[in-house]
Design a protein around this ligand. Sequence first.
Ligand SMILES: [Zn+2]
Length: 372
Amino acid sequence: MRKLLEKLPKAELHLHLRGAIPVEVFASLLNKYDVTAILEGNSYRTSGMFERYGNIRPFLSSRNWSVEEVSRLFQYENFDQFLATYHFTSYFIRDTSDLKKLITGVLEDLRAQNVVYAEITISVIEYIQQGIPLPVILTCLEQATDFPGIRVQWIVDLVRNIGHEAALKLLRQIIALDRRSVVGITLGGSEHLFPPAPFENVYAAARDHGLRLTVHAGEALGPESIWDALRVLKVERIGHGVRAIEDPDLVAYLVEHRIPLEICPTSNLCTGVFSSYEAHPLKALFDAGVPIAISTDDPTFFGTALVDEYMHVRDMGVSDSDILEILKNSFRHAFLPDEEIEKYVHRLLTIHTSLAPTVFGSIPVSQAPLSC
Ligand SMILES: [Zn+2]
């Protein structure tokens, strides 16, 4: 089954650019910079936050690190340690060549996994804070659309922690630059401190400009956050949304209105939303009829990859034919024109039929030529 999943064309709809940084790419950036100099004045550094954690501590002094040594940075025991590590890595993408190296590394990695379509989330503000101007960032994103062998579109995370007024200002700057590779927006960050509803104007402005809408909700907070995302922000998809399971009326709404959840099982365990794969509600949501797409969120930081996630879904008791449905969903709910979605689904089914006609049963496909 793993071999089959590796060969099938797949889509990633919920993947953060820096969360997918290949270890080799981070090792080269770590070796490029003087760590002491770039962390000068950093509040985590001055408060001793980085020194506190054994996985980060060795990397606070510069030397030539091997990839194997750097891989230990991404091993931690608790959520605070993960947050500190995520924050630590943000200081090493400081100019255009770093950003291009990051994007290229992530796309090569996805392509090697047979991910043929990806909507990658980028928090542009963190690169702006390191000194890369917004127009330059967006040009890098635009250039990535020419990368061979994988189709990529970008979702900008406006980062809810900057507040709704700053988020609206940032959105207007992005809209003014009018780059077609940016297909939609989301909000990541602290759902507790910055719930969805105050961002109504931000989402209205994005919708008016033709941008597609998703948001992280129902991860740290419960169903009320998802209801606000649907009724106030009027989103088309929910990032995570797994706590919808706590409200049967919400589950029924998601089913009736065909609102997909972008579910990232390992992420939900790493961030403490659920204690184990057995306790994860994915199967219950799927069995209730909620559209589900599987993604990895921050695969480097969570020690996972897309096929690993599908294997976890299988271990949760989802049948092989239902896994094929979920594979299809990841294309069906992409922010793409219908005709492109149809081509991707057709390509998936054709390759699946040729590789495993007996695994999922016989699935009829037309004989139309493939073109994506
Ligand atoms: Zn996310």
